[in-house]
Design a protein around this ligand. Structure first.
Ligand code: HEC
Length: 392
């Protein structure tokens, strides 16, 4: 019953998270596209008003004509729409989902004893939270220290990239692969939301306050906001991969999983770069080329071996399989505890779930979860041979 209630909380939070995430990333993609697609106005009246770029678009039966003012219009409009709730809700729902799934079930989802021997769940939980906060602290410090220097964008870009590699490495050596991927994504996503909360919105508020009191707004605020918002653009695809990666155990369950994550995130950032340039009218297919080579390379690298590492001469009988499942799986899949509604405590259930077991144990090797029950290669091969011989 408890698992069932958690599943519902999980479902509702995930539903919310995806919806607000779409709203946030959708708005963010739209504004990157808009900003890069604006054209200088030709109408003298617009120039006189202070319009720096404009665009005509047609959507849903209407014509739209957004105009961008640099730094701001001469007079502030009465109604100004702000974009931040999408970002805040995405973070809040994502964090709640992380707590429900990974922190309430830390022993199952967060900790993998084969990766790091945490003394207690509490220690691992605290470490995961520190990891999230540190991501923002270090990233923000890099931006503040180097962002406004000569070649600041380049220096910050390189340092942030190196930091992401280091952070990925650390996460993958402290937490279960699946949790490590999610945490790295969550760390970047936290930086994205904190960029909105701590830099972009306060900067905009200061600009408006300066205008209201008749002063010239400091151009540092829009410059900083722009820099952070550019980072957010390049984080988007990597973060989305990290969020979806929990469905693909082949990615996170290899010994060099940190490198897999770094490479796939890099491919995501390169693909984003293609689109950013495309909005400006430049079709630089080389970014797709490099991203494609990276993804194909990772796919080839992770391809499962054609044959199991242990050869089984004769397909085992079900009694032998039952003994293996009893030892390695039953603690999480029995009459009372049924992770993902899978029970495996009778021969009938084994026959019924034979294909599912084969996929999880032999093909993707996602089960036993984090190999917490220390299944051997020989036992995996035996399960494989049994299913291939008909699974009866
Ligand atoms: C430590 C607990 C634990 C052990 C041991 C364990 N599992 Fe699981 N199993 C889980 C959890 C948790 C899930 C749900 C994972 C998720 O939400 O993606 C799961 C899911 C599954 C699923 C459903 C996968 C899907 O996405 O449809 C199958 C099948 C499965 N396990 C089989 C096994 C087999 C076979 C073994 C033994 C070789 C095993 N499990 C051992 C915890 C465990």
């Amino acid at each position: 019953m408890e698992t069932y209630i958690f599943d519902w909380i999980n479902l509702l939070l995930r539903w919310l998270h995806v919806i607000v995430g779409i709203a946030w990333i959708g708005a963010s993609f739209y504004f990157v596209w808009l900003d890069n697609s604006l054209q200088k106005p030709t109408d003298p009246a617009l120039k006189e008003k202070g319009v720096d770029g404009e665009l005509w678009a047609v959507h849903g039966g209407g014509f739209y004509n957004p105009q961008k003012y640099m730094v701001a219009p001469k007079a502030l409009p009465d109604h100004l729409h702000w974009f931040y709730w999408e970002s805040y809700w995405t973070w809040m729902s994502g964090f709640a989902l992380f707590v429900t799934l990974y922190l309430f079930n830390a022993q199952t989802f967060l900790i993998d004893k084969n990766v790091f021997a945490w003394g207690s769940s509490a220690a691992a939980i605290v470490a995961s939270l520190v990891y999230l906060v540190m991501g923002w602290v270090v990233y923000d410090a890099i931006c503040r220290l180097f962002g406004q220097r000569k070649n600041g964008d380049l220096i910050v870009g390189v340092l942030v990239f190196l930091y992401v590699i280091a952070a990925t490495y650390i996460a993958c050596h402290l937490f279960a692969g699946r949790a490590a991927f999610l945490l790295t994504g969550a760390m970047l996503a936290t930086a994205m939301s904190a960029n909105v909360l701590m830099v972009i919105i306060p900067g905009q508020k200061k600009t408006i306050a300066a205008m209201k009191s008749g002063q010239t707004p400091d151009p540092l605020h829009p410059m900083r906001a722009k820099q952070r918002s550019v980072h957010n653009t390049y984080f988007t695809l990597p973060v989305l991969f990290a969020m979806l990666s929990n469905h693909y155990s082949f990615a996170y369950s290899t010994p060099y999983n940190w490198l897999v994550l770094v490479l796939i995130m890099l491919a995501g950032a390169l693909i984003r770069q293609f689109f950013v340039l495309k909005h400006k009218g430049r079709w630089e297919y080389k970014y797709w080329g490099v991203a494609g080579v990276i993804l194909l390379g990772v796919a080839a690298w992770l391809a499962p071996a054609a044959k199991p590492s242990v050869a089984i001469a004769k397909a085992p009988q079900i009694a032998e399989i039952q003994a293996i499942i009893e030892a390695r799986c039953a603690m999480c899949h029995n009459a009372n505890v049924q992770m993902k509604n899978v029970a495996l405590h009778t021969p009938e259930l084994l026959v019924k779930n034979a294909q599912l077991i084969y996929q999880q144990v032999v093909v993707t090797r996602a089960m036993p979860m984090n190999n917490s029950t220390q299944i051997t290669e020989e036992e995996r091969a035996k399960i494989g041979a049994w299913v291939q011989a008909g699974g009866k």
